[in-house]
Design a protein around this ligand. Structure first.
Ligand SMILES: [Zn+2]
Length: 352
């Protein structure tokens, strides 16, 4: 909320430059900007966005566990992942307490199939997104059980194709979104050694398209770009000497150029490629990819590559969860103090 362009103190200095000449247009422009600021300041004090979002998400939680896309709908792993992430981004006690961890744990266990895969919802399709969504929600809220991911790593590895990427299920065509889900899920359940990491690296073709022979798309800035910090971490752990101590294994400035020049809508928001409409999905994943391209971090080494003005700089992301590092630490600290197996009402948060 504090980062709206019209209230950003750094930007306000460069607002409505006069070049030494006060014109009628300049005065009109300044009047418009001043009234936008006044409206924003007035409404800002009336809204409590954090609490409103937490309350709305509490209505999307199913009494039997998990979250649905809207109140009264069936729980599903994708909105469960999104809701848990959103509540952890809010990071308030109210937001954390929305998550009923005992029923969430039951929901995740009920989606787990005998072959290690996860269905997206009760009676629904199996695909590799489910394994990532389940692993991410379980790890963030500290509700992983000994058998929750039995056979899952072995099932994920069966989804790796001859191209080195991963398909949605075994035998399916490789795709950037599925590759990220596979790799991040393997990191979350600590079984990355089972996949062919060099084969995966070979499958990147220069641009960030979703699949071989498809066009570039802004959202793959994260699905493909976000895989690089994971690949880097794995290869560094394996002692590979070709990984850099300063950069990811892709052209970080080129990706920033594509996102900022080609994927921004003139009226705000981001998109797939020029000519396509803006939407929340592409806005989220273009920005996530931009953050990955701006920040290199491996152990104690870190380096920033901010293309253009310093005001372009975004917060650094945790590449596995796709929320800020601070939000991950806050959530994991919060939920590490709460015991989900005790059956007490404290399943909703740590004891005070
Ligand atoms: Zn897209």
């Amino acid at each position: 909320m504090e980062d709206f362009r019209c209230t950003n103190s750094i930007l306000s200095k460069s607002k409505t430059p006069t070049d030494g000449l006060i014109s009628k247009t300049w005065i009109e422009q300044k009047n418009v900007e001043d009234s936008v600021e006044k409206c924003y300041s007035f409404f800002k004090n009336l809204l409590d966005i954090e609490s409103d979002v937490a309350q709305f998400l509490s209505k999307c939680q199913d009494p039997d566990g998990g979250f649905s896309g809207g109140p009264g709908q069936k729980p599903h792993l994708a909105p469960t992942y999104a809701a848990v992430n959103a509540l952890c981004i809010l990071g308030t006690d109210e937001a954390f307490n929305v998550i009923d961890r005992a029923s969430l744990q039951r929901f995740l266990l009920s989606m787990h199939q005998p072959d290690g895969s996860f269905t997206m919802h009760l009676g629904g399709e199996v695909d590799i997104r489910g394994t990532y969504c389940a692993a991410s929600a379980a790890r963030l809220t500290n509700i992983t059980t000994k058998d929750m991911f039995d056979g899952t790593a072995e099932w994920i590895v069966r989804c790796q194709t001859y191209e080195g990427g991963f398909g949605g299920i075994p035998g399916m065509e490789a795709h950037g979104g599925y590759a990220f889900c596979a790799l991040a899920a393997l990191v979350l359940i600590d079984r990355v050694h089972l996949c062919d990491i060099k084969g995966l690296l070979m499958s990147y073709e220069g641009g960030f398209q979703g699949r071989t022979n498809k066009l570039v798309d802004g959202c793959y800035s994260f699905w493909q770009g976000g895989s690089f910090p994971l690949v880097h971490m794995i290869l560094t752990k394996q002692g590979e000497d070709f990984v850099s101590a300063e950069r990811w294994l892709f052209h970080q400035e080129a990706l920033q150029e594509y996102i900022m020049i080609c994927c921004q809508h003139p009226h705000g928001g981001l998109l797939d490629k020029p000519g396509k409409p803006r939407d929340f999905y592409h806005t989220c994943y273009c920005l996530s990819g931009l953050s990955v391209a701006q920040h290199f971090s491996e152990g104690r080494l870190s380096q920033e590559y901010i293309l253009g003005s310093a005001t372009n700089q975004l917060n650094m992301l945790h590449p596995v969860f796709n929320i800020s590092i601070e939000a991950v630490q806050l959530a994991q600290n919060y939920f590490s103090r709460a015991d989900v197996s005790s059956g007490e009402t404290s399943c909703n948060g740590p004891k005070k």
